[in-house]
Design a protein around this ligand. Structure first.
Ligand SMILES: [Zn+2]
Ligand SMILES: [Zn+2]
Length: 272
């Protein structure tokens, strides 16, 4: 068996009310599938009841930290279990997140724009899907510029809002402008394999966007975004090949908020 090298960098816990299975089960699957470690990145608490039905409550944050700590201990010496967070970005939330991220040492912080959240839609959807798509990419760049995140999660999720209205060629100038701004920050972007199960069934981002990211040397972190244990590590070999086809030869992951890299060929071989 080749030595494990990769981390699963994006997965959830039941605290977000829409994921199932205990952290020990997620870690067990990561171990069985040849991963070196797993970083839990459950949905962050938000202020003022925003999107409260799909995330931990503010007072549950300490339970989350304890829960991942217990799994870390249970797998010590076998699998490196890490505490991370998937934090929502929208303009104005920065001070809340800054305080939250400072409460405990985090290993990997994902920044996510969840356009489907009621509060976000109410504020930014003005009736035009095209305008909504453009706002999404502007906010994506702003999320990198705010400096709170290591990796921008599923960075074309908006394509699922109305797949029939998704036209990459039309949006390309907006996407390129956003990627120029993101590249200037050094923040990484995710290749999220759960996109295959969404309304527009392809990974997030698309192969076409990955090529534009490669042209700007934007680092990429792979995540399965598992909400059930069985999805831990799902699609990693395909994601690595997609990255390679876009011109990348390295894949990134974060430990203690520092970006590390692996050769794609070695990462692929490590999964057996
Ligand atoms: Zn979720
Ligand atoms: Zn997620």
């Amino acid at each position: 068996m080749p030595a494990p090298l990769l981390y699963e960098s994006h997965c959830h816990t039941p605290l977000c009310k829409h994921a199932y299975g205990e952290p020990d089960e997620y870690a067990g699957i990561a171990l069985a599938r040849g991963f070196k470690g797993i970083t839990f990145t459950c949905h962050c608490p938000l202020p003022d009841g925003v999107s409260a039905s799909v995330r931990m409550a503010p007072e549950q944050f300490t339970d989350y930290v304890a829960m991942i700590g217990a799994t870390r201990e249970a797998f010590a010496g076998r699998l490196d279990v890490r505490l991370g967070l998937e934090s929502d970005y929208y303009p104005g939330v920065e001070p809340w997140l800054e305080k939250l991220h400072a409460r405990v040492p985090l290993s990997h912080v994902l920044g996510s724009i969840h356009y489907q959240v009621f509060h976000y839609r109410k504020r930014y959807f003005t009736g035009s899907i095209h305008r909504y798509q453009e706002i999404y990419f502007d906010h994506l760049a702003r999320s990198a510029e705010c400096g709170l995140f290591d990796t921008l999660a599923h960075p074309d999720l908006i394509k699922n809002e109305d797949p029939a209205a998704w036209d990459f060629a039309r949006l390309r100038p907006h996407i390129e402008r956003a990627l120029d701004r993101i590249a200037a920050t050094g923040v990484a972007m995710e290749l999220n394999t759960s996109g295959l199960q969404k309304a527009l069934p392809e990974m997030n981002p698309s192969a076409a966007q990955l090529v534009l990211m490669r042209q700007r040397d934007i680092p990429v972190v792979i995540g399965a975004d598992a909400h059930v244990p069985q999805r831990v590590g799902d699609g990693y070999p395909a994601a690595l090949r997609l990255l390679r086809d876009a011109g990348y030869d390295e894949v990134s992951y974060f430990i203690d908020r520092q970006r590390l890299t692996l050769k794609i060929s070695e990462a692929l071989a490590s999964l057996g």
